[in-house]
Design a protein around this ligand. Structure first.
Ligand SMILES: C[S@@+](CC[C@H](N)C(=O)[O-])C[C@H]1O[C@@H](n2cnc3c(N)ncnc32)[C@H](O)[C@@H]1O
Length: 210
């Protein structure tokens, strides 16, 4: 009897890539346009994207310039996106193109709530989740007047409210972050150096597989 093929066995990262790529020896490489840098998959690990990019930083811990454009260029735009820890990302009620959530009402998000629980957001409601939490305890307190949220809880809740086959993008600082909820697959890690101060950030990418 033939074994049923699971979703994971059929997962192919290249099916999700929307920009041009080319093969170079054992690498499949792509430009991280409009960021500066090259990303790659390898033939023995074709479902994982990594590499190093450079981006110009913005003040107050905002997303670096071109960060969101890079994600859209590589993976395509997704109108049904939720952005948690959103701060200056424009809310849908103000004309933005994603649903925003922040714990600080002064940032005027679509929903003021804790992104670790996302109370009021249904299971499997969104097709993409993005998060940019504070990077450490001292920044959380000094810059945003909040406690540092648990990365594991943010991600587990992101997995809850996303539909299967969603992409989840988590921007962190340089810490080694390993936890991956059972219903997510880790599909990317991209090192980002920020110009001009050489701060180090890491973009962790996940795929919801069930
Ligand atoms: C690094 S900033 C995000 C910057 C954003 N990417 C931008 O481009 O403006 C972090 C944000 O996380 C929010 N935050 C902190 N803890 C949170 C939590 N538990 N739930 C939701 N938002 C939280 C803070 O209020 C702050 O606005």
């Amino acid at each position: 009897m033939t074994k049923p093929t699971s979703e994971l066995e059929t997962f192919n990262l290249l099916d999700l890539i929307r920009c041009p790529y080319q093969t170079l020896g054992k690498y499949i490489i792509l430009e991280a346009t409009p960021a500066t840098g090259i990303l790659y998959l390898t033939d023995n690990s074709p479902n994982f994207i990594s590499g190093h990019i450079r981006l110009r930083g913005k003040y107050e811990g905002r997303y670096p310039y071109k960060y969101l454009d890079m994600i859209e260029n590589i993976f395509g735009p997704e109108p049904n996106t939720i952005e948690v820890c959103s701060r200056s990302v424009m809310a849908r009620h103000n004309g933005g193109n994603c649903f925003t959530v922040d714990i600080n009402k002064d940032t005027d998000p679509d929903l003021v709530t804790d992104a670790m629980t996302l109370e009021g957001v249904s299971n499997c409601e969104y097709d993409r989740w993005r998060a940019d939490p504070p990077y450490n305890e001292s920044t959380a307190m000094s810059m945003y007047d909040t406690a540092l949220p648990s990365t594991a809880k943010l991600l587990e809740t992101g997995a809850r409210i996303c539909k299967p086959k969603s992409l989840l993008f988590l921007l962190l600082g340089p810490q080694n972050y390993q936890h991956c909820p059972r219903n997510l697959k880790r599909i990317g890690w991209i090192c980002i150096t920020i110009v001009p101060n050489n701060e180090l950030r890491a973009l962790h990418i996940f795929y919801k597989n069930e």
